[in-house]
Design a binder for this molecule. Structure first.
Ligand SMILES: Cc1cc2nc3c(=O)[nH]c(=O)nc-3n(C[C@H](O)[C@H](O)[C@H](O)COP(=O)(O)OP(=O)(O)OC[C@H]3O[C@@H](n4cnc5c(N)ncnc54)[C@H](O)[C@@H]3O)c2cc1C
Length: 441
């Protein structure tokens, strides 16, 4: 990911990251109820049929949890004012635990590897359920270096990866260009992570919505204002329009907004903060690149992801800017400048789309998934830079918690221990650990 962009004052571009036309008219519609006063004290009036489980948030994580739960036979309601328009719409879709490995994040690597191994079946089952393809690709990632320092750093990283028995291959500059002829002639060497994959997250969320329709799930196009908590247990959700949905189990999967709901005891609210990412899509031709390409340019990590239809995704900034989703000229300039160093030919391509999304970051960069101290409330959030990668593992884990039939496979890390929401209980909240006011989607 690129170095943080600190300048908040660049121009606003009304990018295509704004809400798209709806693609799921057949999901059960929600009829807004009359507004009510004093909703937080009284038991809310139900405006929707009760469900076995309500999922708050229809990003890739919430939709996948809902789909896996619906497949397991539960009556599921998803509530979101604009499903599929959050971070999941901006995401590049790299499923790259190997090429994204860092020296200090081994638990995250283990989660990523376990989730990557679930992606082939997840993509196949989803495509079958939805009747659409999700552009799941498995040609790997090529990480390249230009200068002697970058080459040395890449060599050290390769040694670390080899110690962890990760599948990587060291390539010379010539071998890199043979693998990817569009690469700059100045590339001096690289690492091929052949096990890495990628997917088109926009296709995945559209497919999940279609699959949920087919499975009879309900979508309420509204905003959850808070949870209905009675005693020590959750009893459903309260909607911003005054309505409610009753359910004894609620999964909070509202991405970067997960820390903003009313009615939750502070020790249960996840310490999630928004981490802005700006990204650009170019219209290329199929085969322009054969795999994901990344490298360190001007001290920042830049990447390019090719889609099956020829689109090339250039990413991405990483900025601590609160809930700001403006697309700025400075960020786009840096993305293009760095990508051109990697692959000079991209300057010939047409710009198709620019967008910004808010990654749900956590204090330890690990997701917050599983049961909370509040009976009936589960969290599925905090996936930060890896929410697309971690979707199958998260969805299977949460569905297992909901049905009482855990789906644990050989080599899985202890998801419950690594991701438990309870690890933050009693921890003082800091500025930036989520937020409460004025930041509704
Ligand atoms: C530029 C960029 C590039 C990325 N690239 C990658 C990548 O290559 N690989 C990868 O694995 N990850 C990537 N990520 C990270 C990934 O996008 C996120 O981790 C993931 O999308 C999080 O999904 P989510 O469902 O939790 O959140 P979101 O997609 O943000 O969805 C949250 C949903 O909750 C809804 N919501 C919010 N508040 C409420 C409320 N009160 N009531 C009801 N609904 C509500 C919102 O409308 C939204 O639809 C990238 C992110 C960005 C920004």
């Amino acid at each position: 990911m690129n170095a943080p962009h600190a300048n908040p004052s660049a121009a606003t571009v009304p990018g295509p990251g704004s809400p798209r036309p709806r693609t799921h008219p057949t999901l059960a519609p929600h009829t807004p109820a009359e507004p009510r006063a004093g909703a937080s004290e009284a038991a809310p009036r139900a405006s929707e049929a009760p469900a076995d489980v309500v999922v708050v948030g229809g990003g890739i994580v919430g939709l996948a949890v809902a789909w896996r739960a619906a497949r397991a036979g539960l009556a599921v309601t998803v509530v979101d004012p604009a499903p599929g328009t959050g971070a999941s719409r901006a995401a590049a879709g790299m499923l790259a635990p190997v090429s994204e490995v860092t020296y200090t994040e081994e638990p995250l690597l283990r989660l990523g590897m376990a989730s990557l191994s679930r992606w082939p079946a997840f993509a196949a089952e989803l495509s079958q359920d939805a009747g659409t393809d999700v552009d799941y690709r498995t040609e790997g990632t090529l990480d390249v270096a230009f200068g002697a320092d970058d080459l040395e750093a890449l060599g050290e990283l390769a040694g670390f990866m080899e110690k962890l028995a990760l599948p990587v291959e060291r390539l010379t500059g010539r071998e890199c260009r043979r693998a990817e002829p569009m690469l700059a002639p100045s590339v001096r060497g690289g690492l091929l992570a052949s096990g890495d994959a990628w997917v088109d997250p926009r296709r995945v969320t559209a497919a999940l919505l279609a699959a949920l329709t087919r499975r009879g799930a309900t979508l309420v196009e509204g905003r959850v204002r808070g949870l209905d908590v009675r005693g020590d247990a959750v009893r459903g959700v309260r909607l911003a329009d005054g309505g409610a949905v009753a359910a004894d189990r609620v999964v909070l999967a509202a991405g970067a907004w997960s820390g903003s709901l009313d009615g939750l005891p502070p020790e249960v609210l996840p310490p999630v903060r928004p981490v802005k990412g700006q990204i650009m899509r170019l219209r290329g031709v199929p085969g322009f690149l054969g795999r994901c390409v990344r490298g360190v340019v001007h001290g920042s990590s830049a990447y390019m992801v090719p889609r099956g239809d020829g689109e090339i995704v250039l990413g991405a900034t990483q900025e601590e800017m609160g809930f700001d989703t403006r697309v700025t000229a400075g960020a786009l300039w840096e993305l293009l400048r760095d990508a051109r160093e990697l692959v000079p030919g991209i300057t010939e391509l047409e710009v198709a789309d620019v967008s910004a999304g808010l990654r749900p970051g956590t204090p330890d960069n690990l997701p917050v998934v599983g049961r909370t101290a509040l009976e009936g409330l589960l969290l599925a959030t905090g996936h930060h830079r890896g929410g697309v990668l971690l979707t199958p593992l998260t969805a299977d884990f949460v569905a297992g918690e909901l049905t009482g039939a855990p789906d644990v496979r050989d080599g899985d890390p202890p998801v419950e221990a690594i991701c438990s929401p309870l690890r933050f209980a009693g921890r003082p909240r800091h500025p930036g650990d989520g937020t409460r006011a004025g930041e509704r989607p």
